[in-house]
Design a protein around this ligand. Sequence first.
Ligand code: CA
Length: 225
Amino acid sequence: MADRILIVEDEAKLARFVELELMHEGYAVDKAADGRDGLGMMETGDYALVLLDIMLPGLNGLEVLRRARRTVDTPVIMLTARDTVMDKVTGLDMGAEDYVTKPFEIEELLARIRACLRKSAHRETASHALKVGPLELDPDRHTVACAGQPVELTHREFDLLKILMENRGIVLSRNTLIERVWGYEYIGETNVVDVYIRYLRGKIDDQFGLKLIQTVRGVGYVLRE
Ligand code: CA
């Protein structure tokens, strides 16, 4: 699906020009010509990026950004006609990703947009990582680290640790762990869980002097700090 970009800009000709260029590049585009409308659309729409003019009727761009940041973290590129350090610093302080000073070359704006979207795509992948105390598990890269040190796990150990980390603080029974890690068809002994928990403790808790993987007698296991 095309990334959707919101343009909040009161200069109709400029907004239309940027809209056409963005559509030509394959983006979906919405426009607002007023700060209040722009804020409303930012808060309710699902935008990959917002181009936000500073000098706007209704609410100025900095105020739109300040209010929007209470609820949404959509990346914002500020458009400013005033090439003043103050606006740039204020905009960046308030959580704008970047700014472009008018008049700008469309190529420059497109390059900034691409860079901005790349960064946020990267953030999204990075945010899949699970973290409990010093323990980090990255499902995308299939890596585990404890206190920054890589931990080598087998596939089964990895899957077991992932379930425990996803459910941090929640006690999981042996049966639940069997179903989630070994699958419903598994017909062996349920003490296979105990065996793999022992492996994980050896590689993590014992190795790093921690007590993350805890036994809850008669119930199952839980991972917590
Ligand atoms: Ca303006």
